[in-house]
Design a protein around this ligand. Structure first.
Ligand SMILES: [Zn+2]
Ligand SMILES: [Zn+2]
Length: 285
């Protein structure tokens, strides 16, 4: 299996609309490791559609605890468990991830206990280990090195960009962040930078449509980046490819790839991918 990145869910925020894209989750396959980054709603379906056997679930990373990044973490692991998961799953997330997982298992206690007794399954609570991380090195394991950088996503303080490195290949996820220049150093020379992005002309229509006008606009401007800003980070970092992801707005019929491209081309001249659910991004040899 060649190394690849699959964008499973490409929209920013938790809302779903008919025929539209789904919240944040990605699959990174590198050197035979199966790595899931963020578990927004739809992650399980996305992994299955990408050809992943849920029994082989291995490493999961959560950038922060906003629901569009973590809502389906428990259901993903539980579904893998009922599919026959028998090997440990390692979850890395910010402070509070363990709390989420313990409470999820409590909420599902009836089903968990009955499947252990009735179907002879191993105890899901013993199959999963949760590591809560902060800034710096997260894990180094079998040649895979993962590090984290705290980014600027108020009012959430524990939100981390992640850098994955293996055998000379590197992929960086910005997580959710306002324009944050230190990301350029963190992403320096990466093969792929997956950066969140908003499109200015789409924000006003989005704000009008969702009905929580001023507050929503204020939140978006304080804690997310415009496509031009993502391009600025990619240029300063000298990455090989920029992937615009966590798109806001993601499902406005009047906004297409050409609009995203026009915005980011003001600051980025290199290889560019605009995310869509299920899109596969390969590595340049
Ligand atoms: Zn988000
Ligand atoms: Zn967020």
């Amino acid at each position: 299996m060649p190394d690849r990145l699959v964008l499973l869910g490409s929209k920013g925020g938790p809302a779903l609309r008919p025929g539209g894209p789904w919240p944040s989750s990605s699959l990174l396959e590198i050197a035979g490791r199966t790595i899931v980054v963020d578990c927004g709603l739809g992650v399980t379906r996305g992994l299955v559609d990408a050809g992943i056997s849920l029994k082989t679930l291995d490493l999961i990373f959560i950038t922060h605890l906003h629901s569009d990044h973590v809502l389906e973490l428990g259901p993903l692991i539980h579904t893998a468990w009922t599919a026959g998961l028998a090997t440990p799953v390692n979850v890395f997330g910010p402070a509070g991830t363990g709390h989420y997982w313990r409470r999820f298992c409590q909420a599902m206690e009836f089903d968990i206990e009955i499947r252990i007794a009735d179907e002879g399954r191993p105890d899901i609570r013993e199959l999963v280990s949760i590591d809560e991380f902060g800034e710096g090195q997260v894990v180094e394991q079998g040649g895979l090195k993962v590090s984290a950088l705290r980014v600027d996503h108020p009012p959430v303080t524990d939100c981390f960009a992640l850098r994955f490195e293996h055998g000379g290949k590197s992929v960086v996820f910005s997580a959710d962040t306002a324009f944050f220049p230190p990301l350029a150093d963190f992403a320096e020379g990466a093969d792929i930078l997956v950066h969140e992005a908003m499109l200015e002309e789409g924000i006003e229509r989005l704000v009008a449509r969702t009905g929580n006008g001023a507050r929503l606009r204020q939140h978006l401007l304080a804690s997310h980046s415009f496509a031009e800003e993502a391009g600025r980070i990619a240029s300063d970092a000298g990455v090989k490819r920029l992937v615009l992801n966590h798109l806001i707005p993601a499902d406005d019929a009047e906004i297409g790839e050409a609009d995203w491209s026009a915005a980011v081309r003001k600051t980025w001249a290199g290889d560019l991918t605009i995310a869509r659910d299920g899109l596969v991004v390969g590595f340049r040899e």
